[in-house]
Design a binder for this molecule. Structure first.
Ligand SMILES: Cc1cc2nc3c(=O)[nH]c(=O)nc-3n(C[C@H](O)[C@H](O)[C@H](O)COP(=O)(O)OP(=O)(O)OC[C@H]3O[C@@H](n4cnc5c(N)ncnc54)[C@H](O)[C@@H]3O)c2cc1C
Ligand SMILES: NC(=O)c1ccc[n+]([C@@H]2O[C@H](COP(=O)([O-])OP(=O)(O)OC[C@H]3O[C@@H](n4cnc5c(N)ncnc54)[C@H](OP(=O)(O)O)[C@@H]3O)[C@@H](O)[C@H]2O)c1
Length: 281
């Protein structure tokens, strides 16, 4: 039988009517151990279903070194029917109780060791579509907290500029990289807006199109991502992590497969791979 733990919602930041950042603190005050890239299962009894507990998975945006709270970024699913849990979550207030199951998930763990036993020092490129950014906010904060020296690039795709959750945090991390120097902290963040023609996005001057367009070579055969890193992206020098719609994973693989990249799911017989992903399914 599933035993739910209890937590208090301690912080609610509505980014827009259907996008929220929330923080939870377990009732016993002890934030569970977890790894960057994992998800937690939240639950609430649903009054429309006779009090039956509806549970759903949410990627953790906070990082394991943060022992104060668990943070999540959640979309209110409204179509075709209001989502069973998110509709309740969007009515929740600071101080309300919520149920949770311990963080799990292996799909997006940060790779540390290569199959030959050597340290994985490849460049890390994280590609998040919409709320699929969450695991990479955890990655970025965790790698920063432990002083990881690898090159890290976070790419975020959203339909609208006000959906660029964590923009400030990620820009601050990039600015710190510029000040400290790449040998201390090597981090860059860029975003892509997929509906640039809409009036609300008129101030956008960055990458346009869905996030995978960062990988599309331009006329000079170099992609915007390669321009950003100033290097040819190869399976020897780069490890990709992708989270979002299956279309985003497929779009990324359309560019990476011809370069010989394989996913962990389809790893080679020697155990090697260059892409980890989690799709919305
Ligand atoms: C590993 C993992 C991590 C995740 N991380 C996040 C995250 O960080 N942030 C986030 O926002 N989400 C995340 N999700 C998604 C989340 O788990 C839920 O799936 C999502 O919040 C919707 O839950 P819900 O109960 O509100 O919707 P549900 O009630 O489950 O509805 C899901 C969809 O089905 C439709 N639907 C429901 N009933 C019917 C019906 N009778 N007929 C037709 N259509 C119907 C709904 O309209 C909706 O589109 C994650 C999922 C996984 C698997
Ligand atoms: N790990 C997980 O399983 C996980 C994690 C987070 C969220 N979710 C769930 O995913 C759902 C929606 O997420 P969201 O609201 O964050 O995304 P979103 O804001 O709807 O979309 C984010 C970006 O992905 C693009 N996109 C939309 N559909 C696509 C497709 N089929 N193929 C490729 N790109 C696509 C969008 O482009 P356009 O502007 O062109 O639409 C936009 O640029 C929610 O139900 C959420 O609960 C699951």
């Amino acid at each position: 039988m599933v035993v739910d733990n209890k937590a208090t919602i301690t912080y609610v930041q509505l980014l827009k009517e259907d996008l929220v950042i929330i923080r939870l603190v377990p009732k016993d005050g002890l934030v569970p151990d977890y790894q960057a890239g994992q998800f937690i299962t939240l639950g609430l009894p649903n009054p429309n279903e006779g009090g039956k507990i509806v549970r759903r998975a949410y990627s953790i945006a906070s990082h394991p070194e943060n022992r104060k709270y668990i943070e999540l970024v959640i979309r209110w699913v409204r179509k075709p029917l209001p989502g069973r849990l998110t509709t309740q979550l969007f009515n929740a207030k600071e101080g309300d109780e919520i149920l949770w199951l311990k963080p799990v998930g292996k799909a997006l763990s940060i790779n540390e060791i290569l199959p030959n036993g050597e340290k994985d020092n490849r460049r890390i490129i994280c590609i998040g579509g919409g709320t699929g950014l969450a695991p990479f906010v955890s990655f970025a904060q965790q790698l920063h907290a432990i002083g990881d020296k690898r090159e890290i690039i976070v790419l975020h795709g959203a339909s609208y500029v006000d959906e660029l959750s964590y923009k400030e945090l990620l820009i601050d991390l990039e600015n710190e990289s510029k000040i400290k120097g790449k040998d201390q902290w090597n981090f860059k963040y860029r975003a892509a807006i997929s509906r640039p023609q809409e009036w609300f996005n008129r101030s956008w001057s960055g990458q346009i199109g869905r996030v995978e367009t960062f990988l599309r070579p331009k006329e000079n055969e170099i992609s915007p991502l390669e321009e950003l890193v100033g290097d040819k992206i190869t399976k020897e020098n780069t490890m990709f992590y992708v989270c979002g719609w299956q279309g985003t994973i497929d779009g990324v693989m359309d560019f990476l497969k011809p370069k010989g990249f394989v996913t962990e799911h389809d790893k080679r017989s020697d155990g090697s791979f260059e892409v980890k992903y989690e799709s919305y399914g």
